[in-house]
Write a protein that binds this ligand. Sequence first.
Ligand code: F0G
Length: 366
Amino acid sequence: MLQVLRRLGGPRATMQDWPGLIEAYRSWLPVSAATPVITLREGATPLIPAPVIGERVGRGVKVFLKYDGLNPTGSFKDRGMTMAISKAREEGSEAVICASTGNTSAAAAAYARRGGMRAFVLIPDGYVAQGKLAQALLYGAEVLAVKGNFDRALAIVREVADRYPVTLVNSVNPYRLQGQKTAAFEVVDALGDAPDWLCIPVGNAGNISAYWMGFQEYRAAGHSARLPRMMGFQAAGAAPMVLGHPVDQPDTIATAIRIGNPVNRDNALRAQRESQGSFMAVTDAEILEAYKLLGRGEGVFCEPASAASVAGLLKRREEVPAGATVVCVLTGNGLKDPATAIEHNDSTFHTGLEPDTDIVARVMGF
Ligand code: F0G
């Protein structure tokens, strides 16, 4: 990041000079002088050391969290959306549409409105975390909740975009992955090389494909000496990449990755093959354990789907080479899904206390 900032703003550049990822990585992206850059200054998210998780893995393994929940709308989707919306605007589009488990809809809504476009979002009725729905509504999207899962909603928006003058901004739109690949650039910029393992949650399989593209491009340009193994983790009840076939009724507490038929399946399989990586399922119980460990152990609040990356690393810890560097991608902010945090935590919560110092002190154990 610092290298990028200095290149753009000189030796005294500060984070305030961060221009958003299109300007930061312009030469790597399919934009031109004619592209109106629609940005909320996304990107430049921190790579946070995770010593407690590292300790659990053992053997001197160094673990880092790529905390993409700190993007402007709270998820990695902003990386893809700044590109998809800027290109839609460049092409004269007046409306965009997406299907979403929540985060894509929040990002599409924010960037589309900022670009002066209408945003239509289809969500699976009843299966979108509250914070994400709140965002889509507040940003001014036109929200359509359909009685069906994400896969069905995606099939519908693809047809709508084929027939009517609206631009599809799901990750079948190639500009999305172009924007998202910048997260791999940032990881390499921060570490000075690619990590040994990249652990990442997989839903529609766009992000793992984008990271792989980013790592390959940076390596080809000599910015890194190696490539990571791409380790994709799915929820056990929604694990088509692991099973090798679509899942009709995907089910998991991690609603963001409640997807049975990933559109980027082939790209993700290529990433796995070329990187000697793998796909594995983690149970909802394992996801929740990792989610709580991230909060209590590291002070990092992510959403349940994001914790699948850490759950997967812990599950496969014995295979990590001693002394290796591992990056777990935390795709979304924990504040997206307050209900899950309130229901699943190991904290004590004393309610209804009389407003009295002695009573408070006694409850504290004094
Ligand atoms: N993590 C979070 C928090 C997500 O929202 C998603 C996908 C993923 C991981 C998986 O990424 O689909 O590229 O494999 N969310 C989409 C949405 C489907 O509609 O917000 P992927």
